[in-house]
Design a protein around this ligand. Structure first.
Ligand SMILES: [Zn+2]
Ligand SMILES: [Zn+2]
Length: 291
């Protein structure tokens, strides 16, 4: 017997649901860009600027500390309740549900830089790897077979299916409390900046930066991207040893996602935070090319 994951019927329902809406995600994607642009014509107060910054950084952590280092790679452990909090926070980033995100990301690591198989490799074109793949119907369904460890939680399956509900609730709440300027800056603009900052790890961090490890793909370490993405810029480190919770392997490699997770560990919300073993830190001697 296999572990009951998403039942075939449920998977089918979710897929037929999305196929009916096939043009809607693209419309929403560009619509949110348009609304974000309109924010630039609205003068924000100091409070609204602070809201926009908080919405960016808190949700960036939801992606890096939650969707990436927890759901995709299980680099630490937590309770079922806090796992739900991480998933819920992740859905507010408007990057679909935790099961979809983790499944697609696991394919990225398995098929790294294999043209046509890696969902977002610059080898398929820079813009495709940055944001084009998000519009590609090929990557629209949740790859359920990649995430059998996660599908046994009905609350995660529910959030994955109704991923657009929490961000809609956040948007309506911000509008109710602060009107259009708060919605434009705190939700639309911060969401678009969050999207493109996240996408730099798919595009730029496979193109620009240094390579400490021979990983067999094009991943790079880029300190500027590490600043923008709370530590995800150490992408060559990450491709080298993805089971590690810390992407900055050394103290000088800025990795605030890891520092926050350590803090959460100190108060008991997360535990078993995985570190890279000493042997993984050593860059292997590059072997001379076979003649
Ligand atoms: Zn990863
Ligand atoms: Zn990568």
């Amino acid at each position: 017997m296999t572990t009951p994951s998403a039942s075939p019927r449920e998977t089918l329902d979710a897929e037929s649901f999305y196929s009916k809406l096939s043009h809607l995600p693209t419309l929403i994607y560009w619509g949110i860009h348009g609304l974000a642009l309109m924010a630039l014509f609205t003068k924000p107060s100091a409070g609204i600027l602070a809201l926009a910054l908080a919405m960016f950084w808190v949700r960036m952590f939801a992606i890096t500390g939650g969707y990436h280092r927890y759901f995709s790679h299980k680099t630490y452990k937590t309770s079922r309740a806090f796992q739900f909090v991480l998933a819920l926070l992740g859905t507010t980033c408007v990057q679909k549900g935790p099961l979809w995100w983790a499944g697609i990301h696991r394919i990225h690591h398995r098929e790294s830089d294999v043209p046509g198989k890696d969902p977002h490799s610059p080898k398929d074109g820079f813009w495709y790897s940055h944001a084009g793949w998000v519009q590609d119907p090929r990557w629209e369904p949740t790859p359920f077979r990649e995430i059998k460890d996660l599908t046994r939680y009905p609350e995660l399956r529910w959030l994955n299916r109704w991923h657009f509900v929490p961000p809609a609730v956040v948007g309506v709440t911000i509008y109710a409390l602060g009107g259009w300027p708060a919605l434009a800056w705190g939700f639309f603009l911060s969401t678009v900046v969050l999207w493109h900052s996240t996408y730099t790890i798919n595009s730029l961090s496979h193109l620009f930066g240094s390579r400490r490890y021979e990983t067999g793909d094009t991943s790079r370490n880029n300190p500027w991207l590490a600043i923008l993405t709370l530590g995800e810029g150490w992408h060559n480190n990450h491709h080298h040893y993805m089971a590690s919770c810390r992407n900055g392997f050394f103290w000088w490699e800025w990795d605030p996602t890891y520092y926050v997770l350590r803090l959460l560990g100190a108060v008991g919300l997360v535990w078993d935070i995985r570190e890279p073993p000493a042997s993984a830190l050593e860059p292997r001697q590059e072997l001379p090319e076979a003649a």
